[in-house]
Design a protein around this ligand. Structure first.
Ligand code: NAD
Ligand code: MG
Length: 380
């Protein structure tokens, strides 16, 4: 039986992960959970899964959770140190990293340093510190199993084949809700419109990232670190139906793809059970009912965020961390109606130009860059 610690248990990925645990009670037990401020859902999860350790965002939430659970309360910790404890000191065999944003970096790194296998959904940590995380993972024999559907597809299509046999990775993108909307109207896009994703149901931040295509940009960088290929060998193609989850093109011209209904429970489960496969309740893909799968090239004028991500990846060093932090701030400002949808890319462009590049030798260096970008942008 595998012991799991789940970071971000109340979110979209976290709750799907717990559904999988419920469906495979012989395979998994939950030893620790960490979440931000949704105490209602967290208390419910604690009652159902009985973890020995729980982390919340702050001390007052910790007190409130203990009060609500009464005699059923496990050990409750809080803040960044609480996240670190859940990741590294809970006796887990595997850590599911599903906090959103830069807040996922420290616990993800803590899990790797403690030698825990990772089921990784928090792509932002690889964008910010991919070189450091993958280096430490290699040194400790830690496995990083992708939860992101595109990376799970590529992982499955690679099937252990070496990078030398691969010509390129092709990440598919749904194109988001604005694929066919005229660019001239982008300034008037509302948060409500941007939160209406055509094929996937996800947390707010990744949904906005999908609408700008920054999500695909972050995924290009994520793929670069997970699979050890330069970004020039990572391409993106629009595939609005989200049935083909990504492809690998080999040097002999052979293309392998992984298909399925768009449901995150499939890639999450595969990361948890790898190398085994198990039954689940996910609807099957009826091939005879697939009217037609379509593909189109990305409109780079309409979606400048993708090029910004390629540029930052090419620059390397601190640039991807700057990109990530500026994007988080810009998404937050857009959701708060402080900037227009079309200004998200402008904010990121300015940050990339303004923050001097440097090399990143430690997590501390990465956090320093992250803080500097946020300070600069928030004081504007
Ligand atoms: P979400 O917003 O639904 O959930 C985020 C979780 O993180 C919540 O449990 C929240 O409480 C927790 N959290 C946030 N800040 C925290 C903090 N400072 N301390 C402790 N906990 C904190 O997000 P999501 O959609 O589940 O996405 C999670 C990650 O997975 C993101 O990195 C996203 O890019 C990635 N991802 C998500 C999907 C998806 O389908 N939702 C698909 C692929 C990748
Ligand atoms: Mg994805």
């Amino acid at each position: 039986m595998k012991a799991l610690a789940i970071l971000g248990s109340t979110g979209s990925i976290g709750t799907s992960t717990l559904e999988i645990v419920s469906g495979l009670p012989q395979q998994f037990r939950v030893v620790a959970l960490a979440a931000g401020s949704n105490l209602d859902r967290l208390a419910e999860q604690v009652r159902q899964y009985r973890p020995a350790l729980v982390a919340v965002a702050c001390e007052s939430s910790a007190r409130e959770l203990v009060r609500r659970l009464g005699s059923a309360a496990p050990e409750v910790c809080w803040g960044p140190d609480g996240l670190r404890q859940v990741a590294a000191e809970s006796g887990a065999d595997m850590v599911v990293s599903a906090i959103v944003g830069a807040a996922g970096l420290v616990p993800t790194m803590a899990a790797v340093l403690a030698g825990k296998d990772l089921a990784l959904a928090n792509k932002e940590s690889l964008v910010m510190a991919g070189e450091l995380i993958t280096r430490e993972a290699r040194a400790r024999g830690v496995r990083i199993l992708p939860v992101d559907s595109e990376h799970s597809a590529i992982f499955q299509c690679l099937g252990g084949n070496g990078a030398r046999e691969v010509r390129r990775l092709v990440l598919t993108a749904s194109g988001g809700p604005f694929r066919t909307r005229p660019r001239g109207t982008f300034a008037t896009i509302t948060p409500e419109e941007a939160l209406r994703h055509p094929t996937w149901s996800m947390g707010k931040k990744v949904t906005i990232d999908s609408a700008t295509l920054m999500n695909k940009g972050l995924e290009v960088i994520e793929a670069r670190w997970l699979f050890g290929l330069p970004v020039r060998q990572v391409d993106v193609i629009i595939h609005p139906q989200s049935i083909i989850h990504s492809l690998v093109e080999y040097v002999d011209g052979s293309l392998l793809a992984q298909l399925g209904v768009p449901d995150m429970r499939v890639p999450i489960q595969y990361a948890l059970t790898y190398p085994e496969r198990h039954e689940n309740a996910v609807p099957r893909l009826a091939l005879d009912r697939l009217a037609g799968l379509t593909f189109e090239l990305v409109d780079h004028e309409k979606f400048p965020c993708l090029d910004l991500a390629y540029e930052a990846a090419g620059t390397g060093g601190s640039a991807p961390a700057v990109l990530n932090a500026a994007n988080e701030v810009a998404v937050h400002q857009f959701l708060a109606c402080r900037i227009g949808f079309d200004e998200i890319a402008t904010v990121i462009r300015k940050a990339l130009d303004a923050v001097p590049g440097r090399s990143l030798g430690s997590t501390q260096d990465v956090l320093e860059v992250d803080r500097e970008v946020r300070e600069r942008l928030e004081n504007h």
